[in-house]
Design a protein around this ligand. Structure first.
Ligand SMILES: [Mg+2]
Length: 411
């Protein structure tokens, strides 16, 4: 497991607290206060600055809880079109340094470092530091950079020193690096798998990389073996320079109770739409078809109705209005439901359809303006003055406590 030279390497670039940092970049007065960016419905926190994190605010926390911890923090509704422009700027700086750049998400990307030391006459650390400085001065936000022989190691490297860090893991330092990292922090290993690995005394990333291959294969299948190679410095995951579109993007969950309350079901659906919209917008996807589903308590069957949009969209308001119409079709009074969901299909890239980054406002100017208005009212008269009606039932704290979905992490 010792690699002494590494002519080719990957860099992982991760923007620090991206949405919140973008807000600070355009409003310098926010530098002195903790900043949280909220979901479309202003129901929960989707991003926060590091000083907000220090106060105990976590991604996915309800606004109510966050305000208890940080009453003086600034709470903003998101402006994804602007975050997209900022993201483009970060990627254009990256493309100046490397001809091979993969856009992994709105705030994360990979770069091939192959041949770059000769080209720039600099060490990997020198290139990373220069890249960080360029993004800081030109875009106004900080990034963290990790460089290693595989994608997975590069990503773990950038995560190990945030914010505004450069972390280089040369081949000979891999073992020492992995020894410090819990197995659960290996990208692609979630809580369940981590618990399973723990039963086999695999607690650190080094335990994982040192385990016999057959054991990893038995515990985690092909993905496990791929990760095992990547952690051992053997590159398995290439850069994906041509982004692949998913067939569908889904958000479904049980409601935590059996109910025939239409308003409550509608609020759950709106919540799913909000999370779907965030995913579409951050990945720059647009959808033309959304399937809305309800799950029956009695038979556990799923009933659904599909809405086709005239234009590809990622707009929360368009999709939540369609949810209301879908509910008209699906909902039967007196029937008990226990789950619901949304599935977007016919996915395309926002950039390939419209010069407007996300097409957020393009097709739906009226509603786009509505979103801005909500933000402006809140800015003027205080947060929470205007909230989307569809989220009202979830303001009940007793019910809100049931909404513990895994949330988008955008640190
Ligand atoms: Mg990030």
């Amino acid at each position: 497991m010792l690699l002494h030279n590494w002519p080719s390497a990957f860099a992982h670039v991760d923007c620090d607290a991206f949405y919140a940092s973008c807000e600070r970049a355009r409003r310098p007065e926010l530098r002195a206060v903790p900043v949280c960016v909220l979901s479309n419905q202003s129901a929960f926190v989707i991003a926060k600055t590091y000083d907000a994190k220090k106060l105990g605010i976590t991604t996915g926390m309800s606004v109510r809880d966050a305000k208890k911890l940080a009453p003086r923090a600034v709470y903003l509704t998101p402006d994804f079109a602007y975050y997209g422009q900022m993201s483009d700027q970060v990627f254009s700086v990256m493309r100046r340094y490397s001809p091979e750049v993969e856009v992994y998400s709105i705030d994360e990307g990979f770069m091939s470092m192959h041949g770059l030391r000769t080209l720039w006459r600099k060490s990997y650390a020198g290139i990373a530091d220069e890249l960080r400085a360029a993004v800081r001065s030109e875009v106004g936000i900080t990034i963290s950079v990790g460089i290693a022989v595989t994608r997975t190691l590069a990503k773990m490297a950038s995560e190990s020193r945030k914010p505004d860090g450069t972390t280089i893991v040369p081949g000979k330092a891999i073992e020492a690096f992995l020894a410090e990292i819990p197995a659960g922090d290996i990208p692609g290993i979630g809580g369940k798998r981590c618990a399973l690995l723990g039963q086999f005394k695999i607690h650190t990333a080094l335990d994982f990389a040192s385990a016999p291959q057959f054991r990893i294969k038995r515990l985690m299948g092909k993905l496990g073996v791929d990760l095992w190679h990547e952690l051992r410095g053997v590159s398995v995951f290439p850069l994906e320079l041509e982004p692949k579109l998913p067939k569908s993007v889904a958000r479904t969950a049980a409601m935590g109770e059996h109910t025939s309350d239409r308003t409550l079901i509608g609020a759950h659906l709106a919540r799913h739409v909000s999370r779907l919209a965030i995913e579409l917008v951050t990945k720059r996807y647009l959808t033309r078809r959304v399937l809305y589903t309800l799950r029956l308590s009695k038979t556990f069957d799923t009933e659904g109705t599909e809405v086709r949009f005239r234009f590809p969209t990622s707009n929360y308001f368009v999709m939540v209005e369609a949810a209301r119409q879908a509910l008209d079709v699906l909902y039967r009074p007196g029937v008990s439901y226990w789950g619901c969901g949304v599935v977007a299909s016919d996915i395309s890239f926002a950039v390939s359809i419209t010069p407007d980054l996300f097409g957020l406002m393009q097709y739906d100017d009226q509603r786009g303006r509505l979103m801005l208005t909500v933000d402006e009212i809140n800015r003027k008269y205080g947060k929470g003055t205007a909230i989307m009606l569809s989220s009202v039932p979830l303001k009940n704290p007793r019910r809100a406590s049931r909404f513990r979905y895994p949330m988008l992490e955008v640190d």
